[in-house]
Structure formats: structure tokens, C-alpha cells
Design a protein around this ligand. Structure first.
Ligand SMILES: C[S@@+](CC[C@H](N)C(=O)[O-])C[C@H]1O[C@@H](n2cnc3c(N)ncnc32)[C@H](O)[C@@H]1O
Length: 270
């Protein structure tokens, strides 16, 4: 993750929590339903944000289990800690998870995080290597086309307000694998066996409040870098108007949840 995104997640922390009710929590829960930690399990929740998947995992493993919830954003980790005092199995740590040293986990999971790694394949392979042989591993990414419209209209709005050319849409290696069959093959290449990919459809009515929250509570907030409050208010107006004129009334927040097993005997699992 670039420092620009790290700063974004630090500054977005308050709205990240509000956006979580719409996005992060249902997606985190859907992932944990599939990684299915059992009572007593050790879980690594990588890129945990403020706990959308780490908290349900901690509730499943119970007091005899342990969830190491790791995120680079100190602000999100502080938020997670403040809201989970007393949740015994949850251990929140501010760290770069691509060099997380502990291993032997029963479950490793990362929701909407692996595509931020500077080297997505190497970072993902590092996470796979943290699971015990036969351990269950789950990675969730956006499906192709999801979350695209807000970014497009936002970059156009910033360009219109500032007079600068629109920033290009950030792309990365995830764009090559964000359909189910390709994602399954890519995860298999990362060293997982018996990979299944589930499409988790999520379509939300895009009210003006949600449309703006998607900007201020996620990595999209980087697009507002360097703008003062007046300019940001102008961007908001142009952006919402642009979405409305284009007839965008729905947010596609569909994800692909890939589940596989670390190399070893699957008989050890479940
Ligand atoms: C879109 S958020 C998702 C957070 C959470 N998993 C959820 O679904 O609510 C992506 C998160 O990945 C974190 N992240 C990105 N790269 C990371 C890294 N190398 N190590 C730890 N966390 C990272 C960011 O700080 C951010 O909190």
C-alpha cells in the first residue's frame, strides 16, 4: 500500500466506520461465513481495518481461540481496540502484514486488502504461508465492475472543479484476475488447493448520503488530496449531480470470495 493510501485510511477512520454498516460489515460477515473459524482456532485477519471480519471471527473462535487482526493503519487499529475491549480472543496490531512473522494459523483471511499490496502476488503468498498445512485461507476482492462508477464520477468532478486533467483510474494486477474463473486459477497459483470462488452479490440504493460516504470513508478519499473545504463542497455537488444525470441509482459492491487450503492434508481441516 502506498503512503498516500495509508494516510487516506488514517484520515477516513470515522467515515470508514459509518460506511462499514453498508459495505465492510456485510462483506466481512460473508467472508467469515466461508472461512468458518471453529471454536479454539487461531486466525490471522490481514488488512483488518476496524474489524468487519476480525470481530465475527473472534466471536466464532471464543475465549480458547485467538484472532490476530493486523492493519497498517494505526487509526483503524486504535478504533478497533476501543470498540472491542473485553473481546478476549481479539489481538489488534498495527503492522505491515506482508512481513507478519507468525505462522501455523488454522485460518488466514483478508477482506478487500490484498490488492493494496505493492506486490499483490508476493504479499498473498506470504499470507498463504502463514497458514498451517491444511489450514483454510480466504481472500475477498471486488468483482470486475464493482465500485467503478463512484470513482469515475468523482475524478471527473475533481477535474471540473480544479481545471486539472482527470486523474486516471488506478489499475493494478487485480484487474487481470477479478472474474471468478481467473481468480480461482490465480489463487491456485499462489499455492492453495481445492479453491472455490463464491460471488457475493451486493447492490445498494445509491442515495446522495451513501454516494458521498463512499468517497469519504474509503480509499477514494485520496482523490480529494490537497483540496480545501470550499473546493471539497464544490466537488461533492458536481459529483452528486453527475451521478444523478447519468442515472446511477445503485452501488455495485459485489465481491468474489476465494477459499482454499494451504498445501497439506485437507483431512486435517473441519
Ligand atoms: C478497504 S480496507 C478493508 C478493511 C477490512 N478488511 C474491511 O473489510 O473492513 C483495506 C485495508 O487494508 C489495509 N492494508 C493495506 N495494505 C496493508 C498491509 N500491507 N498491511 C496491513 N494492512 C494493510 C488498509 O490499511 C485498509 O485498512
Amino acid at each position: 500500500m502506498t503512503d498516500r493510501y495509508l494516510k487516506a485510511f488514517d484520515t477516513a477512520a470515522a467515515d470508514f466506520e459509518r460506511l462499514g454498516e453498508h459495505l465492510w460489515k456485510p462483506i466481512g460477515q460473508a467472508t467469515v461465513d466461508r472461512t468458518a473459524p471453529a471454536p479454539g482456532d487461531r486466525v490471522l485477519d490481514a488488512c483488518c481495518g476496524n474489524g468487519a471480519s476480525a470481530v465475527p471471527a473472534a466471536l466464532r473462535v471464543g475465549d480458547q481461540g485467538r484472532v490476530d487482526a493486523v492493519d497498517r493503519s494505526a487509526a483503524l487499529i486504535a478504533d478497533l481496540r476501543s470498540r472491542t475491549t473485553g473481546l478476549v480472543p481479539l489481538h489488534a496490531r498495527a503492522a505491515d502484514v506482508t512481513s507478519w512473522p507468525d505462522s501455523g494459523y488454522d485460518v488466514v483471511q483478508a477482506v478487500l486488502g490484498i490488492f493494496f499490496f505493492p506486490d499483490m502476488a508476493a504479499g498473498t503468498e506470504h499470507l498463504v504461508s502463514r497458514a498451517r498445512p491444511g489450514g483454510r485461507v480466504g481472500f475477498t476482492i471486488w468483482r470486475r465492475g464493482a465500485m467503478v462508477a463512484p470513482g469515475t464520477h468523482l475524478r471527473q468532478a475533481v477535474s471540473q472543479v480544479t481545471g486539472r486533467p482527470a486523474e486516471p483510474r488506478p489499475t493494478g494486477p487485480v484487474e487481470a484476475v477479478n472474474v471468478a474463473a481467473d481468480y480461482r486459477a490465480w489463487l491456485t497459483d499462489r499455492g492453495l488447493t481445492d479453491v472455490t470462488v463464491t460471488t457475493h452479490e451486493l447492490h445498494l440504493p445509491l442515495t446522495p448520503d451513501l454516494a458521498w460516504l463512499v468517497v469519504t470513508g474509503s480509499g477514494f478519499v485520496t482523490v480529494l488530496d490537497g483540496l480545501d473545504e470550499t473546493r471539497i463542497a464544490e466537488v461533492r455537488e458536481v459529483y452528486l449531480d453527475s451521478l444523478s444525470r447519468a442515472g446511477v441509482t445503485e452501488l455495485d459492491a459485489t465481491t468474489l470470495i476465494g477459499i482454499g487450503y494451504s498445501q497439506g492434508s485437507n483431512a486435517l481441516v473441519m
